[in-house]
Design a protein around this ligand. Sequence first.
Ligand SMILES: Cc1cc2nc3c(=O)[nH]c(=O)nc-3n(C[C@H](O)[C@H](O)[C@H](O)COP(=O)(O)O)c2cc1C
Length: 159
Amino acid sequence: MKKKLILFRSKYGSTKEYIKELAERIDGDCVISDAKKFSGNLKDYNPIILGSCTYMGRILIVDFIKENKKILKNRKIYLFVVGVFPEDNEASKQSFELIPEEIRKNLLGYRKLPGRINITKLNFFERMILKITRAKVEDLVDYSQIDLVIEDLKESGLL
Ligand SMILES: Cc1cc2nc3c(=O)[nH]c(=O)nc-3n(C[C@H](O)[C@H](O)[C@H](O)COP(=O)(O)O)c2cc1C
């Protein structure tokens, strides 16, 4: 049986916290890596769970997805993203649309989880962006939402 792989992109840590929570609840062998540092062969893993933060309308792991599109479109993959805008928000839908179509169609599940903005950690540019987007500075992180991800993974036969 192949090992499970969890790849993530997280700038200020909230996505990584969700990943830790998820990993603790997944039975069996599981490799966890920052997508930027991953140097293994995606073909050696199944399923592949992707978790990513969202910044300025972009799901950051999309770069990794594009670079590895050919392999990922033939793997069993699940994606959850983290952000302060809800999943049904127009901006969230647009971010999702930026994922290549063949990967979107191949996803066995997708979910958006609530994120966190800690103003004290942000640089000047990020603070300006927040003013423009009117994103609320708040902590919406809720680990119980990982239950929903687990349910998705079970429903799609990935766990
Ligand atoms: C400059 C800036 C831009 C952001 N843009 C978005 C966005 O477009 N959509 C969204 O849902 N959340 C947005 N967020 C919220 C982040 O996705 C949220 O803080 C998330 O928890 C970050 O994950 P991380 O802690 O793993 O980096 C933005 C936050 C900042 C500071």
